[in-house]
Design a protein around this ligand. Structure first.
Ligand code: FE2
Length: 362
């Protein structure tokens, strides 16, 4: 199994993971064979990447850390919360309800349980829905990543829950940002960016009266765009004015955004994303949070196409848990572009290293 861009799907490929729409209806089931017609249908709902099983990815398994079912349920629940806040005739609708908060807490609690049960597994995000679900998917990704960092840093379960609630709700105020700004394809103009910045205050206002939400979660919501050097918003806080739990969410928010398909951008690989974050650490981003992120994410998830320092092309088969940059790789012979069964464990062959991730087969 491997993740491919829908524009690059080899004809006749078999789907390896089902894809769902915003109502959790199955768009395409695993084992289906991709046809032109199916690809068109998937592109209509803005599916940009999907999992296929082809010649070179045969036998490669992607075991999700958080079960697909629980993740989908949480993404769709976030959509429900966002939908209840959408502007209609410029008047905000009902408040987020207390029972929604309770239900969301229960979902996050289940996610924490799954995280505890998969102790040393690295995390990679799984693509289960199209880019139309970006905002809800992003909220859930940021929450999961924050929980993984928090757990690794030794936070207790109660604080993890507060961290998760703050992380998942941080952007709910985006529902009050004009749609044309929120969904703009391309760079925002300065005044549009100013409007976008208001989303933290909107989020805070939407949530401030909810009894079921801790002050820590609310603090995360309000401050998740602050940077350690004071260049963030809304307050331009610096250093110690920004609590650790907020700093964790900030790192995860940026990371998740750049590794996802968004309106205006296509995902970039995890290794490149980490380098982008590294360049902002420790001036803007918290060093401990960043270095813990490196430990919890799978830098080269199974199925990743790579080029080795020798110039050989390969596909990642499985990760070496103690050495994330040196997975087990299967070599793809260039002439026939089929796996030729040469397996290299980069932990054993230290003369080789991964030179770069390839977005697609050459
Ligand atoms: Fe945000």
């Amino acid at each position: 199994m491997r993740l491919v861009n829908i524009m690059e799907v080899p004809p006749g490929s078999k789907i390896a993971k089902p894809v769902y729409d915003s109502k959790l209806s199955l768009l395409i089931n695993s084992d289906a064979t991709l046809t032109e017609k199916l690809i068109k249908k998937l592109m209509q709902v803005d599916i940009r990447h999907l999992y296929i099983e082809d010649e070179i990815s045969k036998g490669i398994v992607l075991e999700p850390m958080i079960s697909d079912e629980l993740k989908l349920q949480t993404i769709v629940f976030m959509k429900k919360i966002y939908d209840s806040q959408m502007q209609k005739d410029n008047t905000p609708t009902e408040k987020v309800r207390e029972d929604s908060i309770r239900e969301l807490k229960a979902l996050i609690d289940d996610i924490i349980t799954e995280i505890y049960s998969k102790n040393n597994q690295k995390y990679y995000s799984t693509e289960l829905m199209g880019a139309e679900m970006y905002h809800y998917n992003h909220a859930v990704e940021v929450m999961i990543l924050s929980l993984l960092i928090g757990k690794k840093m030794g936070l207790d379960r109660e604080r993890l829950l507060k961290l998760g609630m703050g992380a998942v709700l941080a952007d709910v105020g985006k529902t009050r940002v004009p749609q044309e700004i929120l969904n703009k394809k391309g760079k925002l103009e300065p005044e549009e960016f100013e409007e976008m910045k208001y989303h933290v205050q909107y989020s805070y206002n939407i949530l401030k009266e909810l009894v079921g939400l801790s002050s820590l979660s609310r603090q995360i919501v309000l401050l998740h765009h602050e940077k350690l050097d004071g260049s963030g918003y809304p307050n331009g806080f610096t250093g110690d004015q920004i609590p650790l739990l907020v700093r964790i969410v900030t790192v995860c928010d940026i990371f998740s955004a750049i590794v996802s398909d968004r309106n205006y951008n296509t995902r970039i690989s995890v290794d490149t994303a980490l380098e982008i974050l590294r360049s902002a650490t420790p001036v803007k981003l918290d060093s401990d949070a960043f270095h813990t992120l490196i430990q919890v994410v799978d830098i080269y998830p199974p199925g990743t196409l790579i080029e080795l320092s020798s110039g050989q092309l390969g596909i990642v088969v499985i990760n070496n848990p103690n050495s994330p940059t040196r997975p087990v790789v299967r070599i793809i012979s260039e002439s026939k572009l089929k796996e030729d069964d040469l397996i290299i464990d980069l932990m054993k062959d230290l003369t080789l290293f991964i030179k770069k991730v390839l977005p697609k087969l050459p």
